[in-house]
Design a protein around this ligand. Structure first.
Ligand code: GDG
Length: 738
C-alpha cells in the first residue's frame, strides 16, 4: 500500500531561477502537520511508501520542469504539479484565497465572487487529477488536503471507482447560511466534489455538523451517524483534531542550537516579561485586535510599562491579495502608533518582524515567551497555540487563546478570551503576567499530557485507519433474486410447517400513483393473497404506513393480518382492529400548521393527517422546487423536534413525522415474539422497510423491490416481479401436502 498525499503546496518550495535551483521548507500549518505525520508513518512498515503531490511554490519554466521533477522525486518523494503564474493568480490568490478563505472563515464581506476564478479552480483541480492519473497504482490510497482541492475527490472517483480517497479540511466549514452565499452551481460542485471521497475529516464536530447541514440542504442526502449514501457508496465524515509533534517542541530547549538562541533572547529582553504573537499574515488571525488589546493593557497598567515586551512575528502570506496587504498596513501602522505612544529610547513596547523564521529561533521564542496571545477571529485549529504549550518544558508559560480557534475545544484549561473583546484580552494579559508558578503548572500539566497523547502521529494514523476500515455502509449491497435462489426459497417453503409472508404495500405490491388514494389493490393481487392465506400453514401479514381505513376498505374481503400506520394499528385475519404500538399523538397540530404553510408554497404538495403521524407528499410537485424545499423542511423539523421522541423520516416522495417508537422494526419484533415460523419471506421497497429487514431472523428471505442498496438479502426490480413470485408461492404445495 502506498499513501499518496495531495495538497496545494509541496512541503518544499523550489527557489532560485532556471538552473540554479534550491529547495526550502514551506511555511504553514498543513505542511508542518503533515510532514511530521509522514515521518511518523515511516515507522509503520505498511505505509512506508508515500508520494507527495503538489505545487512546488513557484512557476518553473518548461525546459527545467524535468530536472525539478527528478530532484523532487529523489530527495523528497514528491511529484510536482506545474502551474503558470496566471493560473495561480486566479486559482490560488483568486478563488482559494479571495473567495473560499473568507467564506469558510465566515467573513463574507471580504469575499470576491468571480466566475473566472471558479473556472480556474476547476481547471487546476483537473490538472492535479491529470498528474494523479499518471502516478496512481492499484492499492494506492489517496489523501487529499484542504480547500484548494475540494473538486478533486469526485474527479478522481470518476476515473477510479474503487480507489480509497480521504479528504481533510484544515479550515472551518461554515454554517449553511454563510456557505449559501456561494453561487448555487459553485457550492453544489464543491459538495459533490467532496462526496467523491470515502472519508471526509474536519478538525471539530461543529465543522462536521455544518458540512452535514450543507450536504443535506444542497443534495437532499440525509446523514446517518455521520455517513452519507452517495450513489452506491458510503461517505463517512468524522472529526480528527490535528495534533503536533509534541516531543519535537517539548525537547527543543534541550537542543544546543535552540538553547543558544534562548540565551540571545534573554540578553535582548533582559528582565522584561515577553509576550509572544506568532502568526501567518491573515485578517482571520485577529492581529489588529491583539495590538489594540496590548495598547489598552499598557494604558490601564502603567506599572507594567517598561517591564513587558510584545514580540510579534508576522509571517508573509498571500500578499498579492488586497485584504492581506491592507491588514499588513494596519498592523504596521498600529505598531508604529503604540511604540510612538508608550516607547522611549530604553524601551520599545513591540518588537516586530515581518518574516519567516527557521525552526531554531521559533522554538527559542516559544521557550522564552512568558505568555502567548493566540487570538484569531476564527481559525480551523491553530497549531501555534499547541506548539507553544508543548514547548513549556518548565511549565512556566501562559497561553491566552481565542474561543474561536478550533484548538479552544481541546485546550479549555487555559485563559480563553473572546477575540473581539479588546478589554477582556487586555485583562487576560495582566492575568497571565501575574500568575504564580504553581497556577501555571496546574494549568499546563493536563494540557501537555493531552497534547502528548493526541499528537500528530495519532492524528494521521487515526485518519488512515478510519479510511482503511471497510465502510460498514448504511446499506450493504443485496444480491439479485435469481432463479437459483427462487428455487431454494420454494424448496424451503414446501418443507416448512409454518410460513410467514410479511409484505409492505405501496411500491411492493402496487405501483405508485399520483394520488395515494388511487393505489387500490388489483384483482390479481387480491386473488394471490387470498390463495396464499387460504392455506392454514401460511400467515400473510401486510405491513404498511397507510391509514387503517383505506386498508380496511381494500382488504375487508380477505383473511389476512394487517399492520396499518407502521404498526400503530393491527387487524387480525378475522377483521378485528386494535391499537398495537401505543405512541405519542399530541404533536400533530403544530406540525400540521407548518406543513400546510409549506404545502401552500409548493404547488402539488399534499399534507396527509393519519391517526398517529403526518405526511407531506411531494410526488406531484416540481422536482426543482422540491429539491430546495424538502431539505429545508427536514432540517427545520430536525431542529424543532430535537429533545423529543418525534422524528422526521424520508419516505418515497414524501416525509413523515411520527414517533420514533412507531416503526416496522418494533411492530415486527413484537409480532414475531412467541411465534415460530420455519419460513419467512419479507418484502418492501422503501427506506422504512429497512427497519423491518433489520428485525428479521437470519434465515428469512428478505427482498427489496427496486435496487440493490438495502439491508435486505435480495432484490428484484419491479412490483410485477413481486406478484409473479407470490403467485408461484400460492401454487406450491406445502409440508402439510396442501
Ligand atoms: C491552517 C489552518 C490549522 C509559523 N511561523 C513560522 C512557522 N510557523 C508554523 C507554526 C505552525 C504553522 O506555521 C502555522 O499553523 P497554524 O495552525 O497556526 O495556521 P495556518 O497556517 O493558518 O494553518 C489552521 C492548520 O492549517 C493545520 O490544520 O491549524 O487553522 O488555518 O506549525 O509553527 N514556521 C516556521 N517559521 C515561522 O516563522 N518555520
Amino acid at each position: 500500500m502506498r499513501l499518496i498525499v495531495v495538497s496545494n503546496r509541496l512541503p518544499v518550495i523550489v527557489e532560485g531561477k532556471d538552473e540554479n535551483i534550491t529547495f526550502k521548507q514551506s511555511a504553514g500549518g498543513l505542511v508542518q502537520g503533515l510532514s511530521a505525520s509522514l515521518e511518523s508513518l515511516e515507522d509503520n512498515p505498511e505505509s512506508k511508501n508515500y508520494l507527495w503531490i503538489g505545487w512546488p511554490g513557484t512557476t518553473i519554466k518548461e525546459e527545467y520542469q524535468k530536472t525539478v521533477k527528478k530532484a523532487l522525486k529523489k530527495n523528497f518523494n514528491a511529484c510536482p504539479v506545474f502551474t503558470s503564474e496566471a493560473e495561480m493568480e486566479k486559482f490560488y490568490l483568486g478563488f482559494c484565497n479571495s473567495t473560499l478563505w473568507p467564506i469558510f472563515h465566515s467573513i463574507p464581506t471580504l469575499a470576491n465572487y468571480n466566475e473566472d476564478f471558479f473556472e480556474e479552480y476547476i481547471k487546476v483541480n483537473k490538472k492535479f487529477k491529470d498528474v494523479l492519473i499518471k502516478v496512481l497504482k492499484k492499492d494506492d490510497i489517496v489523501w487529499v488536503h484542504d480547500y484548494h482541492l475540494m473538486l478533486l475527490p469526485q474527479m478522481l472517483r470518476n476515473e477510479f471507482k474503487d480507489i480509497k480517497i480521504g479528504f481533510f479540511l484544515h479550515i472551518p466549514f461554515p454554517s449553511f447560511e454563510i456557505f449559501r452565499l456561494l453561487p448555487k452551481n459553485w457550492r453544489t460542485e464543491i459538495i459533490n466534489g467532496l462526496l467523491g471521497a470515502d472519508l471526509i475529516g474536519f478538525h471539530t464536530f461543529s465543522y462536521m455538523q455544518n458540512f452535514t447541514n450543507a450536504v443535506e440542504r444542497t443534495t437532499g442526502i440525509q446523514s446517518k451517524f455521520g455517513n452519507f449514501a452517495a450513489g452506491d457508496r458510503t461517505v463517512k465524515t468524522k472529526a480528527f483534531p490535528i495534533g503536533i509533534d509534541f516531543d519535537k517542541y517539548n525537547d527543543s530547549s534541550q537542543k544546543e542550537s535552540v538553547s543558544k538562541e534562548i540565551e540571545n533572547l534573554k540578553k535582548t529582553f533582559g528582565e522584561n516579561k515577553v509576550i509572544l504573537s506568532i502568526d501567518r499574515l491573515d485578517y482571520s488571525k485577529g492581529i489588529t485586535n491583539r495590538l489594540r488589546a496590548f495598547e489598552l493593557f499598557l494604558e490601564r497598567n502603567p506599572s507594567w510599562r517598561k517591564k513587558v515586551t510584545l514580540a510579534m512575528i508576522v509571517v508573509p502570506s498571500r500578499i498579492g491579495v488586497y485584504q492581506y496587504q491592507e491588514t499588513k498596513n494596519t498592523i504596521d501602522q498600529l505598531i508604529g502608533n503604540i511604540n510612538g505612544k508608550f516607547g522611549n529610547f530604553e524601551w520599545t513596547p513591540i518588537v516586530y518582524q515581518f518574516k519567516n523564521l527557521t525552526f531554531e529561533p521559533l522554538a527559542a521564542l516559544y521557550s522564552a515567551g512568558d505568555a502567548i496571545l493566540v487570538t484569531p477571529l476564527i481559525d480551523g485549529m491553530n497549531l501555534v497555540s499547541k506548539e507553544y504549550v508543548a514547548a513549556q518544558k518548565d511549565l512556566n508559560g501562559v497561553l491566552i487563546l481565542s474561543e474561536c480557534a478550533g484548538a479552544a475545544e481541546e485546550l479549555r484549561n487555559t485563559i480563553i478570551v473572546s477575540p473581539n473583546d479588546i478589554s477582556e484580552i487586555a485583562d487576560a494579559i495582566k492575568k497571565a503576567l501575574e500568575m504564580t508558578f504553581k497556577e501555571k503548572v496546574i494549568m499546563n500539566k493536563p494540557l501537555q499530557s493531552y497534547l502528548k497523547k493526541y499528537d500528530i502521529k495519532m492524528w494521521a494514523q487515526n485518519f488512515i485507519d478510519e479510511l482503511l476500515t471497510k465502510n460498514k455502509g448504511e446499506f450493504s449491497k443485496a444480491k439479485i433474486l435469481d432463479s437459483r435462489i427462487k428455487e431454494k426459497a420454494f424448496k424451503d417453503f414446501t418443507k416448512a410447517s409454518k410460513s410467514l409472508f410479511l409484505l409492505d404495500y405501496d411500491g411492493t405490491l402496487v405501483n405508485f400513483f399520483k394520488k395515494p388514494r388511487m393505489a387500490k389493490p388489483s384483482d390479481r393481487l387480491l386473488q394471490i393473497l387470498s390463495a396464499i392465506s387460504s392455506n392454514p400453514k401460511n400467515e400473510v401479514v401486510l405491513i404498511s404506513g397507510r391509514d387503517k381505513n383505506s386498508l380496511e376498505e381494500w382488504f375487508k374481503r380477505i383473511n389476512i393480518n394487517i399492520f396499518a400506520e407502521h404498526g400503530a394499528y393491527y387487524r387480525n385475519k378475522n377483521g378485528k382492529w386494535s391499537r398495537f404500538l401505543k405512541t405519542e399523538l399530541n404533536f400533530k397540530k403544530e406540525i400540521l400548521e407548518i406543513l400546510q404553510i409549506y404545502a401552500n408554497r409548493l404547488p402539488g404538495a399534499l399534507v396527509e393527517e393519519k391517526n398517529s403521524s403526518v405526511v407531506f407528499h411531494y410526488r406531484n410537485a416540481s422536482e426543482n422546487l422540491s429539491n430546495d424545499v424538502i431539505p429545508e423542511l427536514v432540517t427545520l423539523f430536525k431542529n424543532l423536534l430535537a429533545n423529543s421522541s418525534i422524528i422526521v423520516q424520508n419516505i418515497s416522495k414524501g416525509i413523515e413525522i411520527k414517533s420514533v417508537f412507531l416503526n416496522k422494526s418494533v411492530a415486527v419484533s413484537n409480532y414475531l415474539a412467541n411465534k415460530e415460523f420455519n419460513f419467512i419471506l419479507a418484502a418492501g421497497d422503501d427506506i422504512i422497510d429497512e427497519e423491518m429487514f433489520n428485525a428479521l431472523p437470519n434465515n428469512a428471505y428478505s427482498i427489496k423491490v427496486g435496487d440493490s442498496k438495502t439491508c435486505a438479502k435480495y432484490y428484484i426490480k419491479s412490483v410485477n416481479e413481486m406478484l409473479d413470485i407470490l403467485n408461484e408461492f400460492s401454487k406450491k404445495k406445502t409440508a402439510a401436502g396442501n
